[in-house]
Design a protein. Structure first.
Length: 130
């Protein structure tokens, strides 16, 4: 196994973000994290998205592929993982294992969460491992 480091991060603002959609927040945080990592989106080998409530709150269970598409990263292997409040940690763990194993060099591990169905609070962060 090789060493892994987090080289770029980003997080959107917390709050009642009525003017921003799921898509807006995903793309915003993703672009900032790629910029922070000083890499290009094409450098990513895979993406893991941690989320436990997209089906309930945005009526979409298959958010990993949507995020890749909205971010201009298709085709890229992507998967949504769920572990209740630990979903983001599980996404990060999967990204770390993918990089440590030598399968890929860069990975995006994202966590997106929402606490109510009326699109009041969004949280999103993105981490690239190397």
């Amino acid at each position: 196994m090789r060493d892994v480091a987090i080289i770029g991060v980003s997080q959107t603002k917390f709050g009642e973000l009525w003017e921003k959609s799921f898509r807006d927040l995903i793309v915003e945080a993703g672009l900032k994290a790629v910029d922070d990592a000083n890499i290009e989106g094409e450098d990513l080998g895979a993406m893991y998205v941690g989320n436990m409530s997209a089906g309930l709150f945005v009526q979409q269970e298959h958010i990993a592929s949507l995020i890749a598409d909205h971010s201009g990263l298709t085709p890229i292997p992507c998967a949504r993982v769920e572990a209740a409040c630990a979903s983001g940690g599980l996404a990060l763990r999967n990204g770390i294992m993918a990089v440590a194993s030598g399968w890929i060099r860069h990975c995006s591990a994202r966590r997106w969460g929402k606490v109510c169905p009326s699109e009041v609070v969004f949280e999103f962060d993105m981490v690239h491992t190397f």
